[in-house]
Design a protein around this ligand. Sequence first.
Ligand code: GDP
Ligand code: MG
Length: 162
Amino acid sequence: MLPVIALVGRPNVGKSTLYNRLTRTRDAIVADFAGLTRDRHYGTGKVGPVPYLVVDTGGFEPVRPEGIVRHMASQAELAIEEADAVIFVTDARTGLAPQDHRIAQTLRESGRRVYLAVNKAEGLPASAAAEFYELGIGEPYLISAAHGQGIGSLMDDVLARF
Ligand code: GDP
Ligand code: MG
């Protein structure tokens, strides 16, 4: 079984752009991994020596808003549960948002290993990362999913334990 890396974050921070960077094959692979939920986007990838499975999560909307009250888990929460590590994607252009704090709290409670990616950082100074320490997730990684910057060192650390 490949290590499963979930991409989590509020809308528009660049999760799907990062997913596309990190994956080579898409979606079709899901059938080969019993036990993973099918209605999220999975793809395999390889940055450096270690192959992995990456999950792009739709967001924190409840899976079935009209459903039974006790089934309020979101796609993102389900993906976090089945992940070996989480990349928490935030946005250097908009800066910290209230929802980032809520997601950080959910991630802390999950007990998963979490890596904090500050996306859209192309052309920004290192100081752009400063406010993101507030999330209490640790060292932020400045990346640009669109321009392919910083992703190698992020993935080196994410995959170092596998
Ligand atoms: P998602 O909702 O988190 O999946 O975000 P998307 O991947 O759909 O991206 C949202 C918007 O941010 C799109 O317009 C992307 O082109 C843009 N975007 C994604 N990554 C970057 C980046 O590294 N730099 C900049 N400037 N824009 C980006
Ligand atoms: Mg998306």
